[in-house]
Design a binder for this molecule. Structure first.
Ligand code: PLP
Length: 405
């Protein structure tokens, strides 16, 4: 059917009806019956759903949205509003929650960095906005400084703006690298302890030279206090993921910071189109969803949740170490993905990590765990649904004892 015919068809549909505000178009004029029961799209499409005992990984579709987030999305799904008005109002609310002057919902932490940097490069000049990513020779500053330990793949976010990344190691090298082309000094929280310059010194040096500072805290809640700690420290803009522990939409994140930077960053975002950010669109689903996620996260009983995580980890640990030859260790990463993490080790010449992963993957229910090369596996419980920890404990014990006992 041609597009024209489809459009023509819709205008003639006598049986088109609405259900909860959604337009339902019957397949045949007299076949308006809706499928009963819950539709299993995973099954229909032949996609394998699994219990995520690994963590918040993009390739595993991140995390699961909280019910409060889904409610916010559903509850606002039947009306339109102006995209900018919504970002204004939600931005004000979020900014107040995280001690920032301003905030905007972006398409993730990477997107927040890609948009925060041009907020610094172009200011509010609409002509400059159009020039990105060709900034050389325009009079715009072109260099983003970061420490060697902080030079990760995600810094490509800055390269997307046309900027160059200059890597330094010591405070002395930093001092020498700062020049009239320096646009930004970027810091990576998850590798903070691996760098030679810590947060406060980074911000102080930036302020001394009049260079804005930014920080990537994509995976750094919990603790919840990190949401405002870095803003209180004086970073000019901050990027965080919405789809990790915050459990908002996976395709959302936050850019928060100085008002002038956020205002300028928004010139690079939809609904405007002549910019580098048009392809990083978030709509009211992500914006309301992020607002609900953040509100819920900040008001949540984190101690109670932590106890549940510890109990669930202990349950799986006990099941695994009841198998002879399996050793366990529980630790909490100091930076990034701060959640109880169970390390399992055994003689991998008897059962390779890949084999165990395959067996868990192909079992019922399917389970994904994270491998540590061929040394063992790691397990987290923070994106599991209640009760799934029992299935993980049972399946792990079955497979480990079949191979090792
Ligand atoms: C996950 C992550 C990102 C990317 O975040 P998105 O929200 O997926 O764009 C960037 N930096 C770090 C350190 C991360 O862990």
């Amino acid at each position: 059917m041609k597009r024209r015919d489809i459009l023509k068809g819709i205008s003639f549909l006598p049986f088109a009806t609405t259900l909860g505000g959604n337009l339902i178009i019957p397949r045949k004029a007299n076949a308006g019956k809706l499928p009963s029961g819950k539709r299993d799209l995973f099954k229909e499409l032949g996609v394998r759903p699994f219990i995520n005992a690994a963590g918040t990984y993009t390739f595993m579709t991140g995390s699961l949205m909280r019910e409060e987030v889904l409610e916010a999305i559903r509850g606002t799904s039947e009306d339109f509003c102006l995209l900018d008005e919504l970002q204004d109002r939600v931005g004000e609310k979020i900014a107040a929650m995280v001690h920032a002057e301003a905030a905007v919902v972006t398409a993730g932490a990477f997107s927040a960095l890609t948009l925060g940097a041009p907020g610094v490069l172009t200011g509010n000049d609409p002509e400059k906005v159009k020039l990105l990513p060709k900034i050389e020779g325009t009079g715009m500053k072109t260099e983003v400084l970061c420490q060697k330990a902080h030079a990760i793949d995600y810094n490509h976010a800055f390269t997307n703006t046309g900027a160059k990344i200059i890597v330094i190691e010591t405070a002395e090298e930093l001092g020498k690298a700062i020049n009239s082309n320096t646009a930004l000094m970027h810091f990576l929280n998850i590798e903070a302890d691996k760098g030679k310059i810590m947060h406060e010194e980074w911000v102080t040096i930036g302020k001394k030279h009049g260079i804005p500072t930014s920080i990537d805290i994509a995976a750094d809640v919990p603790p919840v206090s990190n949401l405002w700690k870095v803003n209180d420290m004086g970073f000019d803009f901050v990027a965080i993921s919405g789809g990790k522990a915050l459990r908002g939409p996976q395709s959302a994140g936050l850019l928060m910071g100085k008002k002038e930077i956020i205002t300028a960053a928004r010139l690079h975002m939809p609904p405007r189109g002549a910019n580098i950010g048009r392809g990083m669109k978030v709509n009211k689903e992500e914006i309301f969803g992020m607002y609900a996620a953040l509100h819920h996260y900040i008001n949540y009983d984190h101690d109670a949740e932590w106890k549940i995580w510890e109990n669930n980890i202990a349950l799986i640990e006990n099941a695994a170490k009841s198998v002879k030859g399996v050793t366990t260790n529980v630790y909490v990463p100091k930076l990034g993905n701060v959640t109880p993490t169970l390390e399992l080790s055994w003689d991998t010449s008897r059962l390779s990590v890949k084999d165990l992963q395959e067996r868990l993957r192909n079992g019922d229910p399917s389970i994904e765990v994270m491998g540590r090369e061929n040394k063992g596996i790691n397990i987290t419980v923070w994106v599991m649904r209640p009760g799934q920890e029992k299935m993980v404990a049972k399946r792990l014990k079955e497979e480990l004892s079949a191979a090792l006992a």
